[in-house]
Design a protein around this ligand. Structure first.
Ligand SMILES: [Zn+2]
Length: 416
């Protein structure tokens, strides 16, 4: 049972962490993409050391790792908890001014610093479950940063709780805070062997109860349409305009299905994201998504056929078609380790929280980690409206996530 008298530290920690600007940069080539992320990472190392996690350390790439030693005689698999320090490049997370809307009564929340920023119940149905809760927002001028400082604060408080409650038995617990998740590079220099966990959980989901074990399978496709340029004044019978080839191809793409704007749930899509070119050469970049790997191949064959048909209309032209693997549905890995999901659901059930199992129409760091040998589903952190100035999180959900982490550690010990 969770100690009902425990004084949570999660909210105070969260309110401190969001004061530090940790925005990552999708244009930067270096790693980490911004050095300011490490301001938070260094603070977390100091706090972990203060809590008593003696090996807490930030490595040369900005990854914070620490170990909460086992306090049981049982042989429990080493479990990791992972969250990211950076916030989205989409919206500034500098000078965050937080507001706590206490005892919330399910009304639209107007953010005072920005007349356009309203968190309305109509577009935030989860607000209906928040009656009486305390909702944290910004003043409407910046991101809040609950993605993923909520996850960090929750892991920190769970460690604090476990240290204060030695009667709760658990195996070795590993903590990792990564940089650059928001720019898709959070696992780029993640040293899985050094981390030393057998299984892990990212605490980076949204609604209370979420257990995410499925992600998209993702490929990128790069198509070069290659024509021939000559001075337009003397081009008769010679010029082959690649821009027109690319346009013909784009026009031939499916419009009422297989597009992001016409699909949901478990449906996949093919999606052009950029087009760049001159008469000589035009490059179209596309992303291909589905929950099933074989489907990607199907879509790619279809695309190549459409490319061919467009190029054939331009005698003398040619094309190059390149597929780049991006990531795969982590379910393929997690299927071999069913306990990882089962125990998360068991922990939720013990806490009386209804598990929400959904497939993510995107990728997660956990998906990449799963294929790097560390099966890692994603659990809720409580935040909503990620990457927007209307981001919000309830204090009670922050606390629920702390309980989940603690209970999960306990379940792993009991079942081992
Ligand atoms: Zn996140």
């Amino acid at each position: 049972m969770f100690d009902q008298n425990y004084k949570f530290t999660v909210t105070d920690r969260f309110l401190e962490y969001v004061k530090i600007d940790t925005q990552s940069d999708d244009e930067a080539a270096g790693f980490p993409t911004t050095l300011k992320q490490l301001d938070l990472s260094r603070k977390l190392v100091a706090e972990l050391l203060e809590l008593g996690l003696k090996d807490a350390l930030m490595d040369d790439n900005g990854y914070v790792m620490a170990t909460l030693p086992s306090n049981t005689t049982k042989d429990v698999p080493v479990i990791g908890f992972v969250a990211h320090v950076d916030t989205s490049p989409a919206v500034s997370g500098k000078d965050v001014k937080t507001i706590i809307h206490k005892n919330y009564q399910v009304t639209d929340i107007k953010l005072p610093g920005n007349p356009d920023a309203v968190i309305d119940v109509a577009n935030n149905p989860d607000l209906k479950d928040m009656k009486g809760f305390d909702i944290i927002t910004t003043d409407g001028t910046t991101l809040l940063g609950a993605d993923d400082k909520a996850g960090i604060a929750e892991i920190m408080d769970a460690v604090n709780y476990l240290l204060a409650h030695p009667e709760i038995k658990h195996g070795t617990i590993k903590i990792c805070f990564t940089p650059d998740e928001e720019v898709g590079r959070g696992t780029e220099k993640f040293d899985v062997a050094k981390f030393g966990a057998k299984y892990a959980y990212t605490i980076d989901g949204s609604t209370r109860g979420e257990v995410e074990t499925e992600t998209f399978c993702a490929d990128a496709v790069i198509i070069d349409f290659i024509g021939k340029n000559v001075h337009p004044g003397y081009a008769k019978g010679k010029m082959i305009n690649s821009i027109k080839m690319a346009s013909s191809f784009i026009e031939s793409l499916p419009k009422s299905s297989l597009t992001p704007e016409t699909t949901e749930g478990r449906e996949g899509y093919v999606h052009p994201i950029t087009i760049n070119g001159t008469e000589e050469k035009t490059t179209v970049k596309m992303i291909i998504r589905d929950f099933v790997t074989e489907k990607l191949k199907e879509y790619e064959n279809m695309l190549e056929k459409l490319v061919k048909e467009s190029v054939e209309k331009f005698p003398g032209a040619r094309y190059e078609f390149k597929v780049i693997e991006q990531y795969r549905n982590m379910k393929y890995v997690l299927n071999d380790h069913p306990k990882v999901e089962e125990y998360a659901i068991e922990a939720l059930n013990r806490l009386g929280i209804k598990p929400i199992q959904s497939a993510i129409r995107g990728g997660t760091d956990g998906a990449k980690l799963s294929f790097m040998g560390l099966p890692t589903p994603n659990l809720f952190a409580g935040g909503h409206n990620f990457h927007a100035i209307t981001e919000w999180v309830a204090v009670q959900d922050l606390e629920a996530a702390v309980k989940l982490i603690v209970t999960l550690a306990q379940v792993w010990e009991e079942k081992s």
